[in-house]
Design a protein around this ligand. Structure first.
Ligand code: NDP
Length: 324
């Protein structure tokens, strides 16, 4: 399987997505400027896919980074694939376009390449769309994501976004969307937690059968920000079997963790704000895992969610009660 940093997959709407993207979530204590610096370093190194979200709270800095690399001639706008996400407080049909326009304004682009419904559930807009108010209790809402999707389709027709997708949807929710009467655009992807400890083989094969890409997040075992991740969970990159395989290839555990997901046929997001690691993670294009090592790594699956968003467990649309 010859994969390079230029490799792109063709989505079901004909647009192309680079197979490795830079993740940008960082806890609120991390200075925002680091996000901008990371984007610039990444673009200089050859990353062309940047994943962000309104709730991440740094779209302005990310946008600055992208626009400065366009301004200095390193890239053109069309070289960059930028993903934004509609936060769950923007699901009511009168709010959807506002949510997208806020991302467009903050990131300073004329269009987004991809816009995702961040989760399948809606939350009442209490101000919690503002990351600084993230700790406020969530108030459940019951907007049907199919109604949200129709407005997103209109936003695509209006040229505000090139491709539409979802995130954190289970199979049943995907099916509901795909069977929605009058569906105009299928989601091009489902962005989900997917790593060695959460080997999404059933969701992956379902999505492949529907020509929907899985985009994998927390491939490196996540950021371990205590607000989102239980610190008692095992550290993925310390896994002894992963480390043994990595040593065999003379690669870092991070490279093997990313390469494993790429070889499953998913698109991978890897977050780093550390220049040496941003660079190291591109090493995934310099080796290939052999089938026997893939098999060994498959055995690490333990259905572990680093980011289960458990505050939403009682919501009727909580996706993780289903097996997949
Ligand atoms: P990742 O699994 O990508 O892990 C990020 C952590 O790994 C950071 O602490 C980073 O540190 C560290 N790291 C990066 N490269 C290396 C390396 N080579 N060696 C050792 N450590 C390394 O976590 P995320 O959960 O952030 O997922 C990636 C992205 O996916 C997010 O940033 C976001 O864009 C997206 N996402 C989407 C979600 C959704 O609901 N749709 C939910 C969660 C994430 P450092 O930065 O200090 O280098």
């Amino acid at each position: 399987m010859t994969l390079t940093k230029e490799s792109r997959v063709t989505l079901n709407d004909g647009n192309k997505m680079p197979i490795l993207g830079l993740g940008t979530f960082a806890s609120h204590e991390v200075p925002k400027d680091l996000a901008e610096d990371a984007v610039k370093v990444a673009i200089d190194l050859g990353y062309r896919h940047i994943d962000c979200a309104l709730i991440t709270g740094n779209e302005m800095q990310i946008g600055h980074g992208i626009r400065s690399k366009i301004a200095d001639g390193t890239v053109k706008r069309e070289d960059i694939f930028y993903t934004g996400k509609l936060w769950c407080t923007f699901f009511s049909p009168d709010m959807v376009r506002k949510g997208l326009e806020r991302s467009l304004r903050d990131v300073g682009l004329d269009y987004l390449d991809l816009f995702l419904m961040h989760w399948p559930f809606s939350i009442k807009p209490t101000g919690a769309a503002d990351p600084s108010e993230k700790d406020k209790p969530f108030i459940y809402d019951n907007v049907d994501f199919c109604a949200t999707w129709e407005v997103l389709e209109a936003c695509k027709d209006a040229g505000l976004v090139r491709s539409l997708g979802v995130s954190n949807f289970n199979r049943r929710q995907l099916e509901r969307l795909l069977n929605k009467p009058g569906l105009k655009y299928k989601p091009v992807c489902n962005q989900v937690e997917f790593h060695l400890y959460l080997n999404q083989h059933r969701l992956l094969s379902y999505c492949k059968s529907k020509d929907i890409y899985l985009v994998a997040y927390s491939v490196l075992g996540s950021h371990r920000d205590g607000n989102w991740v239980d610190p008692s969970l095992p550290v993925l990159l310390d896994d002894p079997i992963l480390n043994k395989v990595a040593a065999k290839y003379n690669r870092s555990p991070a490279e093997v963790a990313i390469r494993f997901i790429l070889q499953k046929g998913a698109v991978v997001l890897a977050k780093s704000f550390t220049p040496a690691r941003i660079k190291q993670n591109l090493g995934v294009f310099e080796f290939e895992l052999r089938p026997e090592d893939i098999k060994t790594l498959d055995s690490l699956d333990r259905n572990l969610h680093y980011g289960p968003f458990k505050e939403m467990k009682q919501h009727p649309e909580y996706p993780f009660h289903d097996e997949y």
